[in-house]
Design a protein around this ligand. Structure first.
Ligand code: 13P
Ligand code: SF4
Length: 331
């Protein structure tokens, strides 16, 4: 967790200078100072996903992490205003878990291809096709989909959540690649949906093999939203925070983080001496959150996340059951 109130601009610059040029910093520094002032005035807390730009992650965030950590910390945050620097499903999850807070997503266009791949009506059809089979929804879904699911999971607890149900088979949605990875780790039969993350499907096995040929000692660590052919080439598979934990535990001299590539910029500041080598894939949704958008949202307290009560009840139960199985705060 970062307490940016106690960080000077000079400290922030030290952490981002490897990815921010001097002229860019002249533009960013006053915005960072303004946001940190507004944040105090508004009694706001800023949560930032690991994929957010370095100036957001290191400059203004109070809480950083993967989807599970952000959910757990949003629930526990003692603040009137939560600004979610992430994507829409993350802001909805924060609102479900902390309904009295004003939850702001600085750009409503910050969506997710996985969340867009399935509707509540699709889930009800699956339920009709497989009566009695429990539904596990990845948190990368809308609140409406969560509301018709039994339990949620994230990439860090998916196997644990599936096994917690004690069922011989489960419907697992919407990411077909995460579903295949989970199926490889459990005896439970997995009935999958056919959603994909537009970012992680970009990676291919031949790129991984080329990396190994060029750097024989490299550690390749990948997010489970990647294709099976990529995961088979990886030394470790885990959530975004799982990947950071792997680096902290193993300190490989060279690592390829096979996930959204802004994350390497953020993590590199914590691991001086480790060389990050990777093909770059950017999440266009995450990148809709900019310092300007955050500043404007703190000035106007808009756009706010609202969830209809009839949806919120079931969705909150599904997320709450997940946190009962996997409480979520690890680092
Ligand atoms: P994590 O839960 O691993 O942070 O993943 C979120 C996400 O959107 C990955 O693309
Ligand atoms: Fe969604 Fe993929 Fe972007 Fe994550 S990286 S928010 S799964 S589109």
């Amino acid at each position: 967790m970062i307490d940016s109130n106690s960080q000077s601009l000079a400290d922030v610059y030290e952490r981002v200078r490897h990815v921010v040029t001097e002229p860019e910093w002249q533009l960013f520094a006053p915005l960072i100072a303004e946001i940190n002032r507004l944040k105090r005035e508004r009694s706001a807390v800023i949560l930032a996903h690991n994929y957010q730009a370095a100036v957001i992650y290191h400059g203004i965030a109070d809480i950083t992490g993967d989807s599970l950590q952000l959910a757990a910390k949003a629930r526990d945050a003692q603040a009137e205003v939560l600004v979610v620097c992430g994507v829409h499903f993350m802001a909805e999850t924060a609102k479900l878990l902390n309904p009295d807070a004003t939850v702001i997503l600085p750009h409503m266009g910050a969506g997710c291809s996985l969340a867009d791949s399935i509707t509540a009506a699709d889930v009800l059809e699956l339920r009709a096709r497989y009566p009695g089979v429990p539904v596990v929804s990845y948190v990368n879904t809308s609140a409406a989909v969560k509301a018709v699911s039994d339990i949620c999971c994230t990439s860090s607890n998916a196997v644990q959540v599936v096994e917690s149900l004690g069922a011989s088979r489960v419907i697992f949605l919407p990411d077909e690649h995460l579903a295949r990875f989970v199926a490889s780790q459990t005896e439970t039969e997995i009935i999958a949906w056919s959603g994909e993350c537009i970012v992680h499907v970009e990676f291919r096995a031949d790129e991984m093999r080329a990396l190994r040929r060029q750097y024989p000692e490299i550690k390749i660590i990948a997010h489970p939203e990647c294709r099976d052919e990529v995961l088979r080439e990886a030394d470790y598979v885990g959530s975004t925070t799982g990947l950071v934990d792997y680096i902290a535990a193993h300190r490989p001299p060279r690592v390829a983080l096979i996930t959204e590539c802004t994350m390497a910029d953020n993590v590199a500041a914590e691991f001086a001496g480790i060389e990050f080598i990777q093909p770059c894939a950017l999440c266009p949704y995450m990148k809709r959150i900019t310092l300007e958008a955050v500043r404007d949202s703190l000035l106007s307290l808009q756009p706010q996340i609202e969830i209809a009560p009839e949806v919120a009840h079931g969705a909150r139960q599904a997320v709450g059951r997940m946190l009962g199985v996997a409480p979520g705060v690890r680092r």
